[in-house]
Design a protein around this ligand. Structure first.
Ligand SMILES: Nc1ncnc2c1ncn2[C@@H]1O[C@H](COP(=O)(O)OP(=O)(O)O)[C@@H](O)[C@H]1O
Ligand SMILES: [Mg+2]
Length: 338
């Protein structure tokens, strides 16, 4: 994989009737620009430019693709185009709007409405740094994910899966709307070739079936990621990776520590969404929406002081064991817990 990211188009470049204002972000699959249309309206434009397949020197318009990567590049391009077209049919406040789609510079551009605000990831980091007892209030989490799920339901109705739901792909606008972005076009096709597997999933948010080639993905795969996002909103950091959980699952332990802070019902929702077995999760967004909207039935387990201490002790013991093991592995002495 090339280490240098392709150079973004410089400000003032004209593409498909739009004018680039500046780059907003460079990711593994391409570059997102702030641009303006002929009427002076702001738009966001995503350019297909996978860093592992193409390079572009500063000041150039056309990406350079080595001959051996050309077929994969074209396959990804086609998929980016197809998925963009599918996304363009969806009109929902919680799904980023695709306004236009065009080919130029031997690549493809997706024009979206420009969102002002910050990603949920930015909010989580800010809230976590404030070190309050709760990262987000329960009512905030419920209404936020109610919005996300409304959008996701429509996406699934259009026979699409998002497959990379995570706080960095949920945008919170300045007027307080939650909008799903980054429908990671091209992800699925490219992953089949093997060498593109890495950007396909995000540790902690990717369901176990995304790590296996033989298993079926479906709405339950996005639902796992939604559960992981709710978890991140409660804890301030992502849950353990699915393969790690399959070895030793600490999810319930981690969630138990949040009892009393968040309702038992919300904790159960997260556990349900994040079941390792896809069949044990909500099978549709609708099923999850129903559960998440059961506001009236909030129960809180109040932990006694003794229980809280017991939990802290458990963490201490398990952390100590882990450290002993790490030292053992690092020194080649093996673990010798007393
Ligand atoms: N429609 C948009 N409006 C404003 N900013 C956007 C928009 N789409 C993407 N961005 C910005 O670009 C970043 C990357 O976009 P994303 O679609 O997640 O691509 P990737 O993660 O594949 O690079 C986002 O985190 C966000 O900051
Ligand atoms: Mg993204």
């Amino acid at each position: 994989m090339s280490k240098i990211k392709p150079a973004p188009l410089p400000p003032d470049t004209a593409i498909g009737g739009y004018r680039v204002v500046r780059r907003l972000s460079s990711g593994g699959f391409g570059v997102v620009y702030l641009a303006i249309d002929a009427e002076g309206q702001q738009v966001a434009i995503k350019e297909y430019l996978p860093a592992s397949l193409a390079t572009r020197a500063p000041g150039e318009l056309l990406p350079k693709v080595p001959p051996e990567k050309l077929s994969l590049y074209r396959l990804g391009l086609k998929s980016f185009f197809e998925e963009g077209r599918a996304l363009a049919q969806i009109s929902h406040a919680s799904v980023v709007s695709v306004l236009n789609f065009f080919r130029e510079n031997e690549t493809v551009y997706m024009v979206m409405n420009y969102l002002e605000g910050a990603t949920l990831q930015d909010f989580i980091i800010t809230a976590r740094d404030l070190k309050t007892q709760k990262v987000f209030r329960e009512s905030t989490i419920r209404s936020l994910f109610d919005e996300v799920l409304r959008g996701l339901r429509i996406v699934h109705q259009h026979k699409m899966l998002h497959l990379d739901i995570k706080p960095a792909n949920i945008f919170i606008t300045d007027d307080n709307r939650a909008v799903m972005i980054d429908f990671g076009a091209a992800r699925e096709v490219l992953s089949k070739e093997g060498n593109f597997i890495r950007p396909m999933y995000t540790p902690g948010f990717a369901a176990p079936e995304m790590y296996r080639r033989d298993s079926q993905m479906g709405p339950w795969t996005d639902i796992y990621a939604v559960g992981a996002c709710i978890y991140a909103c409660m804890q301030g950091f992502p849950p353990n990776e699915a393969p790690q959980r399959q070895e030793k699952d600490r999810l319930s332990l981690a969630l138990n520590k949040l009892r009393g802070v968040y309702s038992d019902n919300l904790i159960e929702v997260v556990e349900w969404c994040m079941a390792l077995d896809p069949l044990s999760r909500p099978q549709s967004v609708f099923a999850l929406q129903k559960e998440l909207s059961r506001e009236g039935e909030r129960r809180y387990t109040k932990l006694s002081v003794a229980e809280k201490m017991r939990m802290q002790l458990d963490t201490l013991v398990s952390d100590t064991k882990k450290n002993v093991q790490k030292v053992g592995e690092a020194t080649g002495l093996g673990a010798r817990p007393k």
